[in-house]
Design a protein. Structure first.
Length: 79
């Protein structure tokens, strides 16, 4: 999980509070767990980065802010 935090800091949010955890994916097209990473910046807005794959399979390209960062509570695949 520390590797994912480093990738998020390097690519998205150098000065932010970052958590990383895996959850069962509720999307039928998702074959396994989804990795969810809430990011809280200095603006105190919580954003949630969701990658529909296990943490061990995530690479830096998966963490592109334009592709996966959503306002908190808007991911239909996770509850």
């Amino acid at each position: 999980m520390q590797r994912i935090k480093r990738l998020v800091r390097a690519g998205l949010a150098a000065d932010a509070l970052i958590s990383v955890f895996e959850l069962p994916c509720g999307d039928p097209a998702c074959s396994g767990p989804a990795t969810r990473s809430p990011v809280i910046g200095f603006d105190l807005i919580r954003r949630v980065l969701v990658v529909h794959r296990p943490a061990v399979e995530i690479v830096a390209a998966d963490l592109d802010a334009r592709a996966g960062c959503r306002p908190a509570g808007t991911d239909p695949g996770l509850t």
